[in-house]
Design a protein around this ligand. Sequence first.
Ligand SMILES: Nc1nc2c(c(=O)[nH]1)N[C@H]1C(S)=C(S)[C@@H](COP(=O)(O)O)O[C@H]1N2
Ligand SMILES: [Mo]
Length: 199
Amino acid sequence: MGIVSPGFQGRRRSAGPALPPGQYLTEDFPVLSAGPTPRVRPDAWELVVTTETGAEHRWTWAEFTALPQETPTVDIHCVTRWSKLGTTWQGVSLDVLLDGVDTDAAYALVHSYGGYTTNLPLADLRGGRAWVVHGYDGRDLPAEHGGPARLLVPHLYLWKSAKWVRGIRLGVTDTPGFWETAGYHDYGDPWREQRYAGD
Ligand SMILES: Nc1nc2c(c(=O)[nH]1)N[C@H]1C(S)=C(S)[C@@H](COP(=O)(O)O)O[C@H]1N2
Ligand SMILES: [Mo]
């Protein structure tokens, strides 16, 4: 009854595909690391955001973990084609970290302990879509998954979610990171299947 015609409302939102094209579902949590796992003790850990003018914003572990916390539940998609749905993390929104950072930059190059880098538009770190997380599934983030803390940007392929994050350098120009230099897509939207440069 009424004026609602079935099939003409909210279909994509309620029943849209959970998996981006070319992905399969996994229940376990694979570890993908391009090198050895760095062991960074929290008391030696710091996070640095550097702006295009060279201004630095630093957080010790105590300062970082005292910031307002969120527990996002998100789907993650690796370019090697596994996806994992409904993963729950704990950490700090990039909106909180970037609040008070004065910048006109359009790009971010994320640096990890161990030397890994990855780039993305600064806009993709804003708007409640990116976190620096130190917890997974109610526990401390295991070292192999990026502990003590990693970036989490679930709307892009997971190689953008730098494990063992140590710094974010803001720039007016785009600088490709580790996998982007090796031929992976500069942006990496799983829903547009942007796996490799040119996709
Ligand atoms: N520092 C660092 N971060 C990294 C990587 C890496 O090799 N080093 N691999 C990336 C890739 S390709 C993926 S798929 C995810 C894997 O995260 P996981 O090992 O927690 O599943 O981390 C990303 N972040
Ligand atoms: Mo990956």
